[in-house]
Design a protein around this ligand. Sequence first.
Ligand code: 5RP
Length: 297
Amino acid sequence: MAEATGNQESKDYGIGIPAVNTVYKLKGSNNYDWGMKDRLSRVFSPKSGKTVMLAFDHGYIMGPTSGLERIDITILPLLEYADCLMCTRGVLRACVPPTYNKAISLRCSAGSTVLTELNDECVGVEIEDAIRLNASMMAVMVAIGSKFEALTVRNLCKMIETGNRYGIPTLGVTAVGKELTRDARYLGLATRVLAENGAQVIKTYYCEENFEQVTAGCPVPIVIAGGKKLPELDALKMAYMAVDQGALGVDMGRNIFQAEHPVAMIQAVKAVVHEGVNPEKAFKLYNELKAEKKTKK
Ligand code: 5RP
């Protein structure tokens, strides 16, 4: 306890120097409370303003899909390169040691799998468990334009309500589904609806035409999912274009963990997102890291 007597006299009040009042620069986020900003700063690097989220929550709808059969073998070596881990609470507790100290984007909606009808979801994780797991963000899927639209918007709103109460941001995830077109008109509408309902971050897909209209029309940060596995150079081009057109990062899964060399691929994606390295240079880096790995074996 501080002593009551014998202390140095206070003298340095910086009279005449205005108090520092820092603006929180992340898109649309300046008016949030401290805890929410602190969590968002764990997801989005304060230095680059961007994020590389590693998505490996696919098992909740697909089971042990290619590359995710053994999280301990294939995913753990990637974690040090990611800013944020997007996963389910089941895999987080069972397979991810808490010593990595990475931001967690916890998959909180659940309900149906590829065997039945996708997108018929509810809120599957309550806020208490998200807090216990020290989640930096809670992810909820929303199927705008499908018959599950109202249901999934309600799920999103419920999560946002509870998240706001405790200072945890909600990641609104635009749905996957055969019937949902991934063009700028649809993605622009879906991302805007999620943001209007209060989602602090939106995950959606990249589209080749007019993606900059999607990011411009969305008042909060957008991160892109990678989608199905592409050749590595194409995936790097997609990440580059998305960031160049206003996305603040990626939430990428299959294009990393299904790459020929996932550890090299996540480092190449990181160079694109955080350093603005062009896709050809990043692909060169990928090949160099891949070759290094081979010679080390
Ligand atoms: C599954 C998801 C995935 O996290 C998302 O699709 C990202 O992974 P990928 O880059 O493989 O598309 O939300 O519902």
